[in-house]
Design a protein around this ligand. Structure first.
Ligand code: PMP
Length: 441
């Protein structure tokens, strides 16, 4: 933890108390909703990531990259539904696709005209995905990929990385959650090449799969070093272990997915978030020889049920978004805007002498109030969480919707003007709070 002097500590706590007070005064309807929600939902919450102190803002709607809250304020949406909101709000083509489904009927209990077309588009775009199956969430996609790896290899174990997040019951921050799915996990250190080689070799005979994100998203937008990815591909292939790349978040970082961008060929890939066009979605795909085990017409096929695997809203909205809205140039432009935003924020932190860094790739980034490089979740743990809390409160009070953990995600409607306005506000924040933010050494 970055040590602050006693005076600065008191000032920091005072600044936080002051920002919370202004936040509470400005948002009576969100507060009332939160209090009422506690009657039925534990702590008023049904999705852990959406909780923050003193209470979360409730949103009523959105347009483009703008959101409106229950008290009538509008925000520029830098949360982008934790990356699932890639298309922004109310994209007209996707809205038409959803409307068409609403007009013609859903819960049809049969294959629909969209699922294979979406599958075809995914297979055509992502090089490592030769076949794909749909499910309902990124969590489910990863559970299916892990279970498939265990069934195919006949081995039980899974190597994951500390600080990794692969779903509500596949979370590895601070040693893992007591709710995690009961696979025998071995945990490695992200970006630690030598340590991970040793771990793989030590456990080679009991490992079915290694699972990771090519850039840790929830873990703090920490990209994998190229030599780390290359080592994993080589070592897993040698030991007959499947390499599962979780691209639930990162597939948006390049038109052909992160694996396409860096030329990596994992055995299995999981997808989710934006690919359902904003409706619930998950998918796992990869090598045809593995996925074809799910062909129900073949003997001893793996069964994979799921009432909503092909739900027509997700399939239609997903197909339209993926093939008509998400052009290569639109995606590239959005990721370039993200690079500019991250670059400017890092320049401002340096110029103001604040110990902070913005990590990430393209349209995904995370602010950390940390001096020096952030290359593992362990580095992130060194930060005093009060700084990000103050930052979040102050950004919300200035109409910039950001996450409590400092993660920011752009969406397609973002413009250069939105970025310039945000960086101006960010610079004001740094200037105003310079004396209580950590000092760069
Ligand atoms: N993997 C990654 C990398 C994620 O970021 C998430 C969601 N934050 C998931 C899996 C789980 O996806 P879902 O929330 O759709 O279950």
């Amino acid at each position: 933890m970055i040590a602050a002097s006693l005076g600065a500590n008191i000032e920091l706590d005072t600044a936080i108390a002051d920002s919370r007070q202004r936040f509470t005064a400005a948002n009576p309807a969100s507060l009332a909703r939160h209090q009422a929600a506690k009657q039925s939902l534990p702590g008023g919450n049904t999705r852990a990531v959406l909780y923050y102190e003193p209470f979360p803002l409730a949103m009523t709607g959105g347009e483009g990259n703008r959101l409106t809250d229950l008290d009538g304020h509008t925000y520029v949406d830098f949360v982008s539904e934790y990356t699932a909101g890639l298309y922004g709000h109310r994209n007209s083509l996707i809205a038409d696709a959803i409307r068409k489904v609403a007009d013609s009927g859903w819960v049809l209990g049969a294959p629909n005209p969209y699922e294979a077309r979406l599958g075809e588009a995914i297979v055509a775009r992502f090089p490592a995905i030769e076949r794909v199956r749909f499910c309902n969430s990124g969590t489910e996609a990863n559970l299916m990929a892990l279970s498939t790896a265990r069934a195919v290899t006949g081995r039980p174990g899974i190597l994951a990385f500390e600080g990794g997040y692969h779903g509500g019951i596949l979370t590895f921050a601070h040693g893992g959650s007591p709710l995690n799915a009961p696979y025998p996990f071995v945990l490695g250190h992200y970006n630690d090449v030598a340590g991970t080689v040793a771990l793989i070799r030590q456990h080679a005979r009991e490992l079915a799969a290694v699972i990771l994100e090519p850039m840790m998203g929830g873990g703090g937008c920490i990209p994998a070093r190229p030599e780390f990815l290359a080592m994993l591909r080589e070592e897993t292939a040698k030991a007959g272990i499947l390499l599962i790349l979780d691209e639930v978040m990162t597939s948006r970082l390049s038109y052909r997915g992160y694996h396409g961008k860096v030329g990596l060929k994992p055995d299995l890939v999981s997808l989710g978030k934006y690919i359902g066009g904003g409706c619930s979605f998950g998918a796992f795909g990869g090598r045809a020889d593995i996925l074809d085990r799910f062909d129900p017409s073949s003997p001893n096929a793996f069964g994979h049920g799921g009432t909503f695997n092909n739900n027509i809203f997700s399939m239609a909205a997903g197909f339209t978004g993926f093939t008509q809205v998400l052009t290569e140039s639109a995606l590239t432009q959005m990721n370039e805007l993200g690079d500019q935003l991250r670059g400017t924020m890092n320049d401002l932190l340096r110029q103001r002498g604040v110990a902070g860094t913005v990590t990430g790739v393209g349209s995904l980034m995370n602010l950390h109030f940390i001096d020096g490089e952030v290359s593992s979740p362990h580095d992130v743990d060194a930060a005093d969480p009060r700084y990000l809390h103050l930052w979040q409160m102050e950004m919300l009070l200035r109409g910039q919707y950001v996450t409590p953990r400092g993660m920011m995600a752009l969406s397609l409607p973002f413009t250069r003007g939105d970025i310039d306005r945000f960086t101006g506000i960010f610079d004001d924040f740094l200037a105003e709070h310079r004396t209580i933010l950590p000092i760069r050494r």
